[in-house]
Design a protein around this ligand. Structure first.
Ligand code: PTJ
Length: 250
């Protein structure tokens, strides 16, 4: 997917325009749902108020997420149509750095879109992509959204879900899985149910989780301490405070 946009890099909204372009291109390729465009718009509004930067509490959440993934027995990174369009290479890098599996799991599920996303991830270097078998179910959700791979999200102890819808986030939590959620809205249900709510744009969050994972892979790192020191309520409160304090000056 190309990042060719008709704006100079010096444009103050360059990063945001490139991100929009990737989502648009994702829709054109049949990877991202049209609802994904709306979700991106909602996320952008929060990002604008956050200052389009990784705030300290988000960085701490990204470090805790890396520690959870490294310490897990069966970690899985869930991939939807927005994440696949925005950060395909970064998803592959994160999986490689943490030993997590990649699984396509869609809110608006169609077999064709699952297959296109899996192919897109393979084009970006993924050796294996789960989500096509769909022989497991998330209890308490309606049929299509509940489909998972039994040996993927079905068996996972830790699941990273970028841009999740609240219902499914809640249902995964009820299955006893440790959920790591990337969501720019600190007040969303997904962020509220997550063990680690990462209030950051997925385009910044993913590479930063990978960078932390590479650092935490060093021998003698106490992953349990990194996990224990993180407080999800404090992280959400810090993000909400930052958003409420935002000055709208451009
Ligand atoms: O590809 P599918 O079918 O699985 O559908 C994916 C979407 C995202 C369309 C679906 O899960 C959905 O409708 O999600 P929601 O309920 O709109 O929630 C998306 C959340 O992600 C919202 O709280 C947004 O603020 C947030 N968000 C949007 N863009 C980003 C983001 N968070 C982080 N980074 C972003 N770039």
């Amino acid at each position: 997917m190309s990042d060719d946009v008709d704006v100079p890099e010096s444009h103050p909204r360059y990063a945001s325009l490139v991100t929009r372009h990737r989502i648009e291109a994702g829709v054109e390729k049949g990877i991202t749902s049209r609802q994904g465009l709306i979700a991106q718009g909602r996320g952008e509004a929060y990002d604008y108020l956050l200052g389009e930067t990784t705030i300290d509490s988000a960085d701490a959440a990204e470090r805790a997420a890396a520690a959870h993934l490294l310490g897990a027995d069966d970690p899985v990174v869930s991939v939807n149509g927005n994440a696949a369009a925005l950060v395909p290479g970064e998803l592959v890098d994160l999986a490689a750095a943490t030993g997590a599996a990649l699984e396509v799991n869609l809110f608006n599920r169609t077999e064709a879109r699952i297959e296109r996303i899996a192919a897109h991830l393979r084009d970006h270097g993924a050796a294996a992509v789960k989500g096509l078998t769909a022989d497991g179910r998330i209890p308490g959700l309606d049929h299509e959204r509940a489909k998972v791979d039994a040996d993927g999200i079905g068996d996972a102890d830790v699941v990273l879900v970028p841009l999740e819808d609240g219902d499914r986030a809640e249902a995964l939590g009820e299955m006893g899985k440790t959920e790591l959620v990337v969501d720019l809205n600190p007040m969303s249900r997904s962020a509220e149910v997550a063990a680690v709510p990462i209030v950051d744009n997925v385009v910044r969050a993913l590479p930063n989780i990978t960078a932390h994972a590479r650092e935490l892979r060093e021998p003698d790192t106490d992953l349990d301490t990194v996990v224990a020191e993180f407080d999800p309520d404090d992280a959400r409160a810090a993000a909400e405070q930052q958003i409420r304090r935002a000055e709208l000056d451009d």
